[in-house]
Write a protein that binds this ligand. Structure first.
Ligand code: PCA
Length: 329
């Protein structure tokens, strides 16, 4: 006897119980370079859970963390090509596309969470426009805690930077290290342990959070909380993937994104406090720069800023101007 296998879905379709939308429930793939120990990844995974819940399963997003699916530099191109639907990157790694993307890794522009958020608001329209030109939609951006310097020896004299091999997360931070007389290497978060254990770097610039997530105490003993700048991660999706969703699903996705942005900035503040405490608990001495070091950082920062100005176009400068005017009021 020939058996006919009737799946519940076929049955349901036959009886008109399944709407077209649920038959075509979307499954998205998302990539982030940051590991599960990062609050950014935790926030993004929560966002994916919210999306599944708020869309009643019409859209599910699988988050591949730690650069496991796509390397950092390939995330944006992959979303653009449609190989994956969504991505998260350290915004300033996009600086080759446009200098506006590194506006949040400049010293003296935004040195607090309030200012960093205002800077994001002021630059969001240009950034959204640039993304749109590539068929991408930014969903949300969240700041890392302020960047500081991890060293093996206590940082008391700017001369210590001479020849110091410093791990940096982006080109602008590398320029900054160069300005200080150091020798920078761009290293992904996930490669930090190897960079130290193989002796490729002596020091690193990053946040309290990344120092904590990457157990910095295994490699260094001092954290100079220099409040250099508060850089952001940006999460974005493919316009094409978005257009395939029905309107209710699109609305729910956008609402989940709004929540993720709000939650992310709060998480960043909390994670900064918790991470500074964790660094100390694990034997790292946390301090602020002394006058000499502060002066050297200031000088290297001023140079970095001038360098950015020489590369920035009118639009980027106008955005900075708009931000500064708003801050003055
Ligand atoms: N952590 C990321 C980016 C900035 C930060 O605080 C990193 O160091 O790679």
């Amino acid at each position: 006897m020939r058996m006919r296998i009737v799946t519940p879905l076929l049955l349901a379709t036959a009886y008109g119980l399944v709407t077209t939308a649920s038959v075509q429930a979307a499954q998205w793939t998302m990539a982030t370079p940051y590991g599960d120990a990062s609050f950014h990844t935790q926030n993004t995974k929560q966002f994916a859970e919210d999306v599944a819940e708020m869309t009643d399963g019409e859209l599910t997003i699988t988050v591949h963390s730690g650069g496991s699916l796509v390397s950092h530099g390939e995330i944006k191109p992959s979303v653009r090509r449609g190989t994956i639907d969504a991505g998260e990157v350290f915004m300033s790694v996009l600086s080759n596309d446009d200098p506006i993307f590194e506006i949040d890794t400049l010293p003296g522009v935004a040195g607090s969470y309030e200012d960093a958020f205002a800077l994001w608001q002021a630059t969001k329209p240009i950034i959204t426009e640039l993304f749109a030109q590539e068929g991408l939609i930014p969903l949300y951006a969240v700041a890392w805690p302020a960047q500081g310097i991890y060293t093996a020896q206590e940082l008391t004299d700017p001369a210590q930077f001479e020849g110091l091999r410093v791990r940096a997360p982006n080109i602008n931070t590398q320029r900054f290290v160069n300005n200080l007389g150091g020798s920078p290497t761009e290293t992904e978060e996930s490669d930090i342990p190897t960079a130290f254990s193989t002796g490729r770097v002596d020091a690193m610039i990053t946040s309290s959070s990344t120092g904590n997530a990457m157990t910095a105490w295994d490699y260094v003993s001092y954290y100079t909380d220099a409040n250099l700048w508060l850089p952001k991660n940006i999460v974005f999706i493919s316009q094409r993937s978005f257009d395939r969703l029905d309107e209710a699903t699109q609305d729910a996705l956008m609402e989940a994104a709004e929540r993720a942005e709000e939650r992310g900035w709060q998480l960043s503040r909390e994670d900064n406090d918790a991470s500074l405490a964790a660094l100390e608990e694990n034997g790292i001495t946390v301090s602020t720069p002394n006058q000499e070091v502060a002066a050297a950082l200031q000088e290297a920062g001023d140079k970095l800023f001038q360098d950015w100005l020489s590369r920035a176009d009118d639009e980027a400068e106008a955005a900075l101007e708009a931000y500064r005017e708003q801050q003055a009021n």
